[in-house]
Design a protein around this ligand. Structure first.
Ligand SMILES: Nc1ncnc2c1ncn2[C@@H]1O[C@H](COP(=O)(O)OP(=O)(O)OP(=O)(O)O)[C@@H](O)[C@H]1O
Ligand SMILES: [Mg+2]
Length: 350
């Protein structure tokens, strides 16, 4: 896909952070060499999944222009994002790419009527005039199953979490965006309300051609709503492809483990355990070979020494030596046996 055909194109995108480790500081790559694209003529829902600390939010913040990439390229509608002027960013880019946050209440003051946010956004971005703004807002609210009549005159504490998140999405829609970047938009909602949110993403895509980057820990809604899924591990995208392939028949051992149980830190964990986990996280981030090697049930000798490249065994991208045709099958079977190893083509992801 050329840059001009892409709505969004990330090429070898990386972000380095420095952290203190005892007296020393060390660098680690929170997003490491990520390449992916969303086509301009094919709106889609791209879910980004992965355990805590895998770089999902950092990736989202780079796409939103809130974190500056350390390396690589980021193009939106053919424009190099790192070269936008402050004015272009404010007038054009922020209208095109809208964020949706985890906590819908955080973006709304409890003292202000909810509809005022929608009016302000639509009028400030110039997507409606005084004469058209009511109809414009009502239409945005209808897309998420609400109406202006329902929210008019009401304050945030009068709406449920689910209604507030839908209002937040409607507010984002008033700028007529072509991309929403939603970072854990359902994690504070009950399971029963999550479907309403992801269904509104699907409606948006189908009815208005809006693409959505949907970051979540909830694999069930990712599977249900997303066209493609990108699985992140310590800054890498380790598997990327159609949702049915990635979660229906995961190839990367990390995706397989993620599917059986998302390893999340227990909030009641003792601080010594937290320190150990943070140390493991940093060690994995700075691994010379595969970042999953120490935890992988199928690890081979090569895994701790050499970082895997992006392979394309069956149309999806997988970053794992098990799918490298240059490594003898006998070696792979000794390591795992049970892992599905066919078909394996030698094409490399671009
Ligand atoms: N500004 C920063 N400075 C230093 N380190 C950072 C910064 N922002 C994020 N990190 C680190 O980068 C790594 C990736 O963090 P990020 O928030 O992107 O992960 P995540 O996948 O969104 O996690 P979660 O699922 O918990 O939201 C973590 O180790 C985090 O501590
Ligand atoms: Mg996050």
């Amino acid at each position: 896909m050329t840059t001009s055909e892409a709505l969004l194109k990330l090429e070898q995108l990386s972000r380095v952070f420095t952290v203190r480790r005892g007296l020393a500081t060390s660098r680690f790559v929170a997003v490491d060499d990520v390449t992916l694209a969303i086509a301009a003529d094919r709106p889609e829902i791209l879910a980004v999944v992965g355990e805590s600390g895998s770089g999902k939010t950092t990736l989202a913040r780079m796409i939103l222009g809130q974190v500056v990439p350390s390396a690589g390229h980021l193009h939106f509608k053919g424009r190099d994002m790192t070269r936008l002027s402050a004015r272009e960013r404010r007038i054009w880019f922020m209208k095109e790419v809208q964020p949706i946050f985890q906590d819908p209440f955080a973006a709304f003051s409890p003292l202000k009527k909810i509809e005022s946010y929608l009016y302000e956004t639509a009028l400030n971005f110039g997507t409606a005039t005084r004469a058209t703004v009511d109809a414009h807002i009502d239409q945005a609210l209808h897309t998420v199953g609400l109406s202006l009549k329902e929210i008019k005159g009401r304050y945030p504490n009068e709406l449920s979490g689910g209604q507030m998140q839908r209002t937040a999405i409607a507010r984002a829609l008033t700028t007529n965006p072509s991309l929403l970047v939603a970072d854990e938009p359902v994690s504070m909602l009950d399971a029963s309300l999550r479907m309403a949110i992801v269904n509104s993403f699907r409606d948006l895509k189908q009815q208005q051609g809006v693409s959505v980057i949907y970051i979540t820990h909830d694999l069930a809604t990712a599977y249900y709503a997303a066209d493609r899924i990108a699985v992140m591990l310590r800054g890498w995208v380790v598997e990327l492809g159609p949702a049915e392939q990635v979660l229906g028949n995961p190839l990367h051992p990390y995706t397989q483990i993620l599917k059986s149980s998302v390893p999340e830190p227990d909030p009641r964990m003792r601080w010594t355990e937290k320190v150990a986990l943070a140390r493991q996280e940093l060690d994995e981030f700075s691994a010379t070979g595969c970042k999953f090697a120490t935890r992988c049930p199928f690890a081979m000798d090569v895994c701790s020494r050499v970082a895997p490249t992006n392979l394309v065994p069956d149309g999806r991208m997988v970053k794992c030596h098990l799918y490298d045709p240059a490594i003898p099958a006998a070696q792979k079977h000794r390591a795992g046996g049970a892992i599905p190893l066919t078909p394996v083509a030698s094409t490399k992801a671009s």
